[in-house]
Design a protein around this ligand. Structure first.
Ligand SMILES: [Zn+2]
Length: 123
């Protein structure tokens, strides 16, 4: 249950948008969805091992590595520095599940921004 609360937040977010809920409600739900995808979504670690394979240990969220501290740093560095452009999408989003998590994160972020901008534009 704990690992799937993000889906509930996402469903609540969609409901909030369609019922034109208050901006604050949408922003809070959006950020909840983003942080779920970034820090809790169950994915593979995906960091590169010394032998060139990708780490298949369980990790939580697209920005987090597994329990090896070195892998966490490697993922954060990949995201921040974007040094090897070709490797980024493969190492951070190696499977459809990771791509889905990234989609949720981007969607939530877009939703948070839209929630702030839409009332300004439409008023
Ligand atoms: Zn790892």
């Amino acid at each position: 249950m704990r690992t799937y609360w993000g889906y509930i937040a996402a469903a609540a977010l969609i409901a909030a948008w369609s019922s034109r809920a208050a901006t604050a409600v949408i922003v809070v739900l959006s950020l909840a969805v983003v942080s779920y995808a970034t820090f809790q979504f169950p994915v593979w670690c995906g960091a590169v091992n010394r032998n060139g394979t990708y780490c298949r240990r369980n990790a939580s969220g697209i920005l987090m590595g597994c329990n090896l501290r070195q892998h966490r740093w490697q993922k954060i560095k990949l995201v921040v520095l974007r040094s090897k452009a070709g490797d980024i999408s493969r190492s951070i989003f190696p499977t459809a599940k990771e791509k889905f998590a990234a989609f949720i994160a981007i969607g939530g972020l877009a939703s948070a921004i839209a929630a702030v901008i839409v009332p300004v534009v439409t008023d």
